[in-house]
Design a protein around this ligand. Structure first.
Ligand code: FAD
Length: 305
């Protein structure tokens, strides 16, 4: 494949021929925007009057479209569309033991209520991560799952975990300007591990979230004692967050009514919002963090029984 280049009055648009060329171009133009589905950038340029003078189009680069089962999960290239991601996860859920696919099912649940079919057909998983929207529907799932992200620049490749340091501020990630996101690893779950995702929005279909979350718990062998737990929320801060203090309090505790009470009290403290927080509905959003945890509590209790 050859490079394709359009030189306009205001914008230089380049479709690089391969990964090497993409990384070279990103080193030459660190401010260049990668655009795949254009469902975020298009809105920024059309309605928010932002101008990106250099646009790189990596939709057809094979390394960014990789889909492969690896030892711990599925590796998905950053340019893979949400529709394709859904198809791949559906197949995995069908073919693998149920215990391995708890996170895949949660991603599918979020995709079900993610925009409409037309958007999902073009929007890429990397575009959702890199937009770093505080109400992204996928980032809380990826954060609660501890997904690994491979990022690359000319001459350097590194793997990061999506944790509470990945989004250092509103619509920011820890990637350096010359870096691109190559792929994400969505892990398998193991026996004694349970995962749920929930999205609350004003309308069921094709609407943005009020609060969205991913919740991940695993238990000590043959018990209901919490060995690890990770709860992540969107819509509760300028970034996707982890409820770390609450999670720490729940470690080594039995999954019972006492734990539920402790979690609710702790979440009420930890997931507070200032009365003037952007987005409004402050009391409702705070209540949602607790009621969504309650839903998770019951789901897990049912599975443990
Ligand atoms: P683009 O617009 O192409 O790019 C988005 C950003 O990601 C840009 O800053 C770009 O430079 C960067 N980027 C892309 N790929 C890379 C890479 N490989 N490395 C580094 N940076 C990269 N979002 C939700 O979470 N839930 C919803 O329900 C939802 N509904 C929507 C409904 C509508 C009508 C619209 C227009 C948008 C909606 N969105 C929603 C937001 C959007 O669709 C998603 O964030 C989508 O995943 C963005 O993907 P994209 O490929 O279109 O991104």
């Amino acid at each position: 494949q050859r490079e394709l280049r359009f030189i306009g009055e205001r914008v230089l648009w380049i479709q690089p021929c391969c990964l090497k060329e993409l990384l070279e171009l990103k080193a030459t133009y660190p401010n260049a925007k990668l655009v795949v589905g254009n469902t975020e950038v298009g809105i920024e340029m059309k309605f928010k009057n932002l101008l990106y003078p250099v646009i790189l189009a990596p939709a057809y680069i094979s390394e960014l479209n990789i889909i492969q089962h690896i030892q711990d999960g599925i590796q998905v290239g950053a340019s893979v569309t949400l529709t394709v991601l859904g198809d791949v996860l559906h197949a995995a859920v069908k073919n693998l033991p149920a215990q391995k696919t708890e996170i895949f099912k949660a991603v599918l649940e979020q995709l079900r209520w993610f925009a409409g079919q037309q958007i999902r057909n073009v929007a890429a998983v990397g575009g959702n991560i890199m937009t770093a929207s505080p109400i992204s529907d996928l980032n809380p799932v990826f954060m609660a799952a501890g997904c690994k992200l491979t990022v690359m620049s000319k001459g350097e490749k590194r793997v990061l975990e999506m944790d509470d340091k990945f989004f250092p501020g509103y619509r920011k990630t820890v990637l350096k300007q010359e870096e691109i996101l190559l792929s994400i690893e969505i892990p398998y779950t193991r026996k004694g591990q349970y995962f749920s995702a929930f999205k609350q929005s004003p309308r069921k279909e094709d609407d943005i979230s009020i609060v969205t979350c991913g919740m991940n718990v695993f238990f000590k062998e043959q018990s209901n004692i919490v060995e690890g737990i990770r709860i992540s929320y969107g819509g509760m801060a300028p970034v996707t967050v982890l409820a770390t203090a609450t999670c720490n309090r729940l470690l080594n505790r039995q999954w019972n009514e006492e734990l539920l009470e402790e979690a609710c009290t702790s979440l009420a403290e930890e997931m507070s919002l200032s009365p003037s927080a952007p987005g409004g509905m402050v009391t409702y959003r705070r209540t949602l963090t607790i009621s969504l945890f309650y839903k998770f509590f019951l789901t897990v209790q049912h599975k443990l029984a």
